[in-house]
Design a binder for this molecule. Structure first.
Ligand code: HEM
Length: 191
């Protein structure tokens, strides 16, 4: 039940909970180098499309100049380092309302929390900032950006829970589809 004490973050977290678990299961425990390469290829396909969508969005003044962390350049570098061919998914439409923008930003920026765990697993496999995991360093390098977003989310003058929740979950769906795309493409390399 929603109460006045329920934060918008809690609303979004419970809305995406199941999709997050499904994605987690699909990605798996990242126990081998092959697992990490698969993860990287999927995340690159997903984030390049998702970041293009938010880049194209109108950011209202109440976001006070805040912007999500951009991982595009680092992802392209990681793919090149590991000689992995990029995969491209269909374009993701930019958010059509301010609530949808908040939902998309929640999913994109919140992924930095899980990235801390993934960075540890990747490091055990030999993937570091200098070798194939620079995007994880970028994602985890500015924790203050996530905290600043949470404050802006709670204070936003506009928040339609349904629209924000739908946009947040829909991005999880795109991330899931990106992993499926990688599995269908197989072990293609370039270079
Ligand atoms: C195997 C891959 C992943 C793992 C193991 C993972 C793990 C986690 C963990 C442990 C947290 C909570 C961290 C904490 O409370 O400090 C978290 C939060 C979160 N993750 Fe993931 N994650 C993964 C992939 C992703 C992806 C690809 C996305 C985006 C599409 C994502 C979006 C989020 C979001 C939005 C939160 C914040 C939830 C909140 O409000 O607390 N995660 N993740």
């Amino acid at each position: 039940m929603l109460t006045d004490q329920t934060t918008r973050r809690q609303v979004l977290r419970s809305r995406v909970h199941r999709a997050h678990e499904e994605l987690d299961t699909l990605i798996g425990a990242l126990e081998t180098s092959r697992d990490y390469r698969r993860y990287l290829r999927g995340m690159a396909a997903f984030r390049l499309a998702a970041e293009s969508a938010t880049d194209a969005a109108f950011f209202p003044s109440w976001l006070k100049g805040w912007r999500p962390v951009s991982t595009r350049v680092a992802l392209e570098k990681d793919l090149a380092t590991l000689k992995l061919a990029p995969l491209f998914m269909s374009a993701i439409a930019p958010p059509d309302t301010e609530s949808a923008l908040l939902g998309m930003l929640y999913t994109l920026e919140g992924s930095a929390l899980g990235a801390r765990l993934i960075a540890k697993r990747a490091a055990l496999l030999g993937f570091t900032e200098a070798h194939g995991a620079s995007h994880l360093a970028v994602q985890t390098g500015t924790p203050g950006n996530w905290r600043a977003f949470l404050d802006l989310l709670e204070d936003a003058p506009v928040f339609e829970a349904e629209e924000a929740g739908r946009a947040a979950s829909s991005l999880f769906g795109f991330a899931y589809n990106a992993m499926i795309l990688v599995d269908r493409a197989g072990d293609e390399v370039h270079g």
